[in-house]
Design a protein around this ligand. Structure first.
Ligand code: ADP
Length: 192
């Protein structure tokens, strides 16, 4: 099965994806992680995108689309992907749909983690102390939240139409959220 997990920055997508990946033996495809790796390795792409990311803006749909196609087209990951941080706008949602068709796959569930702006601010500042991400300061975190909000509505509508969307309360504890997500995944028939 393939699943999408999305939510505002600091919603816990990465944490939950990590737990799901282990439990269901899936592969976690985090576009943010892939992009940070490019920056860390100082590749040509990394140099182009670092200022965009550090300002809290989205990297181009084309760049991120190419990155994910590399994984979707790889038989090792076939129908085993967690899309963590993709899609972030309607163009990306449609692109993902097309790629699923192109490689004879489908999405089985789309999880939306909902969290208030207050909680996000708190979590991101805590994370800054642990991970030292260049884009985790309060000003840029708020910018990322705004970027999220201004792009995500059409994505939500898009997945509501196909009946894949499940909303999860991201304010609960890590284990409560994880239990809720496992329940949703287990209720999808025929993939295990
Ligand atoms: P967060 O959701 O906490 O902001 P991510 O690691 O998911 O963290 O993303 C970090 C940054 O990576 C984003 O602010 C954006 O610049 C870039 N990015 C990640 N995924 C995408 C995507 N699908 N499209 C465009 N840019 C992306």
């Amino acid at each position: 099965m393939n699943l999408v997990i999305f939510g505002p920055p600091g919603a816990g997508k990465g944490t939950q994806s990590n737990l799901i990946k282990k439990k269901y033996k899936l592969y976690q495809l985090s576009t943010g992680e892939l992009l940070r790796k490019e920056i860390k390795n100082k590749t040509d792409l990394g140099q182009k995108i670092s200022s965009i990311m550090n300002l809290g803006n989205l990297v181009s749909d084309e760049v991120v689309g190419n990155l994910i196609e590399n994984y979707i087209s790889n038989d090792n990951f076939k129908s085993r992907l967690i899309f963590d941080g993709y899609p972030r706008n309607l163009i990306q949602a449609k692109n993902l749909d097309n790629l699923m068709k192109k490689y004879d796959q489908k999405l089985d569930i789309v999880l939306k983690l909902s969290v208030s702006l207050e909680t996000i601010k708190k979590r991101i500042l805590e994370r800054k102390n642990l991970e030292k991400r260049a884009d985790d300061n309060s000003e840029i975190a708020i910018k990322r939240y705004k970027t999220y909000e201004s792009n995500i509505e059409p994505v939500i509508d898009f997945y509501k139409q196909s009946d894949l969307l499940k909303e999860v309360n991201g304010e609960a504890s890590i284990s409560e959220i994880s239990d809720e997500i496992s329940g949703l995944i287990d209720s999808i028939k025929g993939w295990l």
